[in-house]
Design a protein around this ligand. Sequence first.
Ligand code: NAP
Length: 290
Amino acid sequence: MKIVIIGSGGRLGAALARALTGKFDVTGFNHDALDIGNIGEIHACLDRLKFDVLINAAGLTDVDLCEKEPDRAFRINTEAPQVLARVCRDKNARLIHFSTDYVFDGEKREPYTEDDVAKPISIYGASKRAGEESVLGVQDRHLIVRVSWVFGPDRPSFIDGVIRRAMETEEIEAVADKFSLPTYTMDIAEMLPRLFDSNVPGGILHFCNSGECSWQSYAQHALDCCHKFGVNVKAKTVAPVKMENMKNFVARRPVYSVLSTEKYKKLAGGAPRPWRDAVADYIKSHYSKT
Ligand SMILES: NC(=O)c1ccc[n+]([C@@H]2O[C@H](COP(=O)([O-])OP(=O)(O)OC[C@H]3O[C@@H](n4cnc5c(N)ncnc54)[C@H](OP(=O)(O)O)[C@@H]3O)[C@@H](O)[C@H]2O)c1
């Protein structure tokens, strides 16, 4: 099976490229090799290739930057995925396109299912939601995989910022009134080949680690794991702060965007592992020298 990965230099794309190479015939394009904001470049890179599955892990993912540069956000997160979907349709290939929990407004207080109405409250969320619609509008056999709070070894994320700060100071704080779920890139890489099977129906699928947490409880667990696995951090506890005090946020963010993985559970015959286990695994393998 031939797989093409776009965004293979990113946090998720790099993890996918590493994990899938060897098991499949993988061709990766990082941002330097292919700018998906340029439709001519998309055709120049992809028209000559034969492939069965195209994975799009590229996107404009900086939520505040999207707010400042909406045209760019919609070009990369909406228009480019539609072009990719058309290229896949013409080659009889499946597109697996990644999206986000930020398509929801956060007003619900129980996990969002794939059937819940998406009502984005930021340019990032709106551009990603429009991207989902533009992909599925081309062909309903394509797949949208919504993930949340992605972390992994290939590019620092929230958890790495917490650990870096905790190495320097005892004073750590994190937002305690915003809830979602971390998603480990290595767990996405492990589950993804399941979706290469053309018998898996197209549409939207939620995937994240199991449970529910705030940024504060996520950060606290990261510190607890550091202490357990002998990672040299000074801080022991994470103080709570309110989202309304995050004055440097430009874009609005949903306060509750936990994704339900019930649909995935039925498909896979089991739930993704708990977020606490995934975080512990990451810290042990990426930070601990023991
Ligand atoms: N990170 C999260 O917490 C999170 C949460 C929910 C959903 N997601 C979704 O998961 C997917 C993967 O995100 P990630 O965490 O891996 O983010 P990431 O590390 O920012 O990866 C995105 C990649 O896209 C590339 N890119 C940006 N503009 C591009 C362009 N015009 N042409 C080609 N490549 C371009 C970036 O390259 P440069 O860095 O060189 O610009 C980067 O390598 C995205 O669809 C994102 O919306 C992420």
